[in-house]
Ligand binder design. Structure first.
Ligand SMILES: *Cc1c(COP(=O)(O)O)cnc(C)c1O
Length: 394
């Protein structure tokens, strides 16, 4: 069928399937989370800002007055610096010795997670004739990186004695804070505070203590300490089905497309690879031009839903690399170029990232960061002057 009314066709050269990011939702979440925590905020923008676009989100949050950004890797920090981000940036991942000089040169704050790594950072700082700004990483139960809290005394003493390093922060990471009922968080907080007490015992000033990820911010006020480090909540998504919406958050990301094909499929005629699904009665299907090649999970095959004309329609058959089919039923209507929403709202109906994750058998994080570079990003809201300067820069 051909559309009887003006439809949202995109100009040639711009793929109509896209990630749409509402920058005003990010602004709202930033202020709501900071007001809730009552302390400064490090916005976590690793993994392409959870799929929202590293540079655009970093610049936007900077324009909104965020105190600090957090990334996982050196390369992410360098990309932000090259784009003109000047607020403090902490690289939270473990570092390799040879990266220390590059971290210092780019004015990136370094996670020091062992005495060995302290020595490597020190050596690089001395060679450059500069000071490294470091955060000491204490392991309180995650068993990922960091010095065990029960060995923190010697580690902190060594760091305090280091000439090349300025200790700006001390931190740890919570393993179970997305579950408000887990007893693990209280145990981790206790171990962290015991480790921090070494600064007092050694007569040193207390650095910035930070512990709370999104779960910590939402569920455990005692973990807010001097700075909070939310990631997923900043994007308006809850970390886990067990999480409680203690802060009013707005989802910033939508995933949208358009109908590219409409047809009637007779009863019993199977659909898509493997012929895993067939309609019981003659039915009407639409084809939507996005697939697992974009990071839309194949696990949603015959499980997920999409919104077409304000109605929730089931995905039928296997999701292909670039396309999949949805069932409108025997009487459903849709036209080529009709708007399709895969994540987000349409005519009062919503498909949340959390719903998609549940249908795909994973967590919302993996859905967001999976949306890859084949999908154009479109930004709405935010600061017009910033948008214009970025458009001018090409
Ligand atoms: C990813 C990460 C965060 C943010 O986690 P969310 O659950 O997305 O809030 C905070 N701190 C560290 C060390 C991280 O790796």
């Amino acid at each position: 069928m051909t559309s009887p009314s003006p439809s949202p066709v995109s100009p040639v050269g711009q793929r109509p399937t896209r990630v749409r990011v509402d920058l005003d939702a990010l602004t709202h979440n930033l202020h709501a989370l900071r007001a809730h925590a009552g302390v400064p905020l490090m916005a976590v923008v690793k993994a392409n800002a959870y799929g929202h676009g590293l540079v655009r989100v970093g610049l936007h949050l900077q324009a909104q007055g965020v105190e600090q950004l957090g990334v996982a890797f050196l390369e992410e920090g360098v990309a932000l610096r090259r784009a003109g981000v000047h607020v403090p940036i902490l690289v939270m991942g473990g570092i390799f010795g040879p990266q220390a000089a590059e971290l210092i040169r780019n004015d990136l704050e370094i996670t020091v997670s062992s005495i060995d790594k302290l020595r490597q950072v020190e050596a690089a700082a001395e060679a450059l004739g500069r000071k490294a700004t470091i955060h000491l990483k204490i392991d309180t139960g995650m068993e990922r990186i960091g010095v065990h809290s029960y060995h923190a005394g010697g580690f902190i003493e060594a760091a305090l004695a280091s000439r090349g390093c300025v200790i700006k922060g001390v931190y740890s990471h919570l393993a179970c804070a997305d579950d408000p009922d887990s007893p693990m968080t209280a145990r981790q907080l206790e171990r962290f505070l015991e480790a921090c007490a070494h600064f007092t015992r050694l007569g040193a000033p207390m650095p910035v203590r930070h512990l709370a990820n999104s779960g910590g911010v939402l569920h455990f006020p005692q973990t807010h300490l001097d700075l909070v480090r939310p990631g997923i909540a900043l994007y308006g998504v809850l970390p886990d089905p067990a999480s409680r919406p203690t802060v009013d958050l707005r989802p910033a990301l939508s995933l949208v497309s358009q109908v590219v094909y409409f047809k009637v499929v007779p009863a019993g005629h199977p659909v898509s690879y493997g012929a895993t699904w067939a309609p019981a009665v003659d039915t009407r299907l639409v084809t939507i031009p996005i697939g697992y090649g974009d990071g839309y999970p194949r696990a949603l095959s015959s499980r997920g839903d999409v919104l077409v004309r304000g109605q929730r329609r089931p995905i039928v058959g296997r999701i292909c690399m670039d396309q999949f089919m949805a069932d409108l039923g025997p009487d459903g209507t849709a036209y080529n170029e009709d708007a399709v929403v895969l994540i987000g709202g349409q005519d009062g109906q919503w498909i949340r990232c959390e719903d998609v994750a549940q249908a795909a058998g994973t967590i919302p994080y993996e859905i967001l960061v999976g949306l890859n570079g084949r999908l154009p990003r479109e930004y709405v809201g935010g600061d017009a002057a910033l948008a214009a300067s970025l458009a001018g820069a090409g």
